[in-house]
Design a protein around this ligand. Structure first.
Ligand SMILES: [Zn+2]
Length: 240
């Protein structure tokens, strides 16, 4: 009898022990995953209300290219981002989320090389390219035509709208490849499209630029990504 009681006590003790272990496992799992979820949630909500509070609208599908100048009534509003760069206020939250989540989830550091450019800076860049070609012996008009393949004419550059961002780190091929691969796969989720793809240079009239991303908003970016269109083709299709 006494032995039986001892055995029962032993079983009870073991059961309590296992239950305790289960409780600890459950609690730590809950804490770990719950915390992770909480972190992600708070990251995805970074400054979301900043834009909400703005009474500010931009036609995010706006086509700016070699034949479409920035509309005169374009409402340019800028915000500072890391590295003393400026971007259009409207994309600030999505850009922040993209940079944070790329780092947090995939360990990819997105570096902004160039964002908003005022008209006079765009003009300086354009003119310096033209001059270089002229020095090589090309006529002025030939030099202008050749420059247009890699630099937009002042007034025709997406960079002047603050909606375009060049992602790269000078001289870092490995990091840049990692960055561009990540962007090609994920940027649309945050409202950015690869604006000058390799297989569409005949349409965009701009050479392949794996670093240049244009903000069009999350909805349109997904549509463009899924259909593999350029912004030019999207506009052409939606005319009909
Ligand atoms: Zn660019």
């Amino acid at each position: 009898m006494a032995q039986k009681r001892k055995l029962k006590k032993g079983i009870k003790k073991t059961l309590i022990f296992f239950r305790l272990i289960l409780l600890v496992l459950f609690l730590s799992g809950f804490f770990y995953y719950g915390l992770d979820k909480y972190k992600k949630h708070s990251i995805s909500n970074i400054n979301r209300d900043v834009v909400k509070k703005l009474d500010y609208k931009v036609d995010l599908s706006m086509l700016v290219n070699y034949e479409h100048k920035i509309p005169k009534d374009y409402d340019l509003r800028l915000r500072n981002v890391e590295g003393n760069k400026e971007v259009a206020t409207i994309l600030y939250n999505d850009l922040n989320r993209m940079i944070t989540l790329a780092k947090y989830e995939d360990g990819v550091e997105l570096k902004i090389n160039s964002a908003y450019r005022p008209n006079n800076i765009q003009k300086d860049i354009f003119d310096s390219y033209v001059k270089d070609y002229q020095k090589q012996g090309y006529s002025y008009s030939a030099a202008v035509q050749m420059t247009k393949i890699s630099v937009a004419e002042p007034g025709y550059s997406e960079h002047e709208t603050g909606l375009a961002i060049d992602f790269s780190e000078s001289g870092n091929t490995v990091k840049n490849t990692k960055m561009w691969n990540w962007l090609a796969k994920n940027a649309y989720k945050y409202g950015f499209i690869k604006r000058y793809p390799n297989d569409k240079t005949n349409i965009t009239k701009v050479k392949y630029e794996p670093w240049h991303y244009r903000y069009v908003g999350i909805e349109l970016a997904k549509e463009i990504y899924d259909s593999n269109l350029t912004l030019e083709e999207y506009h052409e299709q939606n005319k009909k």
